[in-house]
Design a protein around this ligand. Sequence first.
Ligand code: FEO
Length: 169
Amino acid sequence: MIDKDVEEELNKQINEEMYSAYLYLSMSAYFENIGLKGFANWMYVQYQEEMGHAMKFYRYVQERGGKVRLYAIKEPPHEWKSPLDAFEQTLKHEKHITECINNLVDLAEKKKDRATFNLLQWYIDEQVEEEANDEEIIAQLKLIGDNGQGLLMLDRELGQRTYTPINQG
Ligand code: FEO
């Protein structure tokens, strides 16, 4: 049986991941509306990944004999000043998620919940990868500046991203 405090914090994290999915789906719509279909694709894949993160926690809570609670998902923004602004907001959001995961690790340690601690290692690695991806795209966008051709080249590259379903455990 899972510790009640751990269960509650995992349920809050399901909500954080669902919000992340919402945020990136909203960004995907924004990019599509401004004619950047590759960026829209990249964000749509990110939306799918976040749903995978949420569902991995969902399955875990159920498997540990806990109760999943689905809290209300807040409304994400729907407009950004530029592609760079959207990616800077993405990185800022991912840093917040990294902090949430770190807090969960601290709680799992405090409660001596080794199974949860173990699960969270996967999320720690995932956060390193996500922040690095965002930083790389931000750096490219800064180099591109106002160069429309550069932006279209990056759009083509981001259009190549495909979703690989994650192992739900
Ligand atoms: Fe679920 Fe983007 O971290």
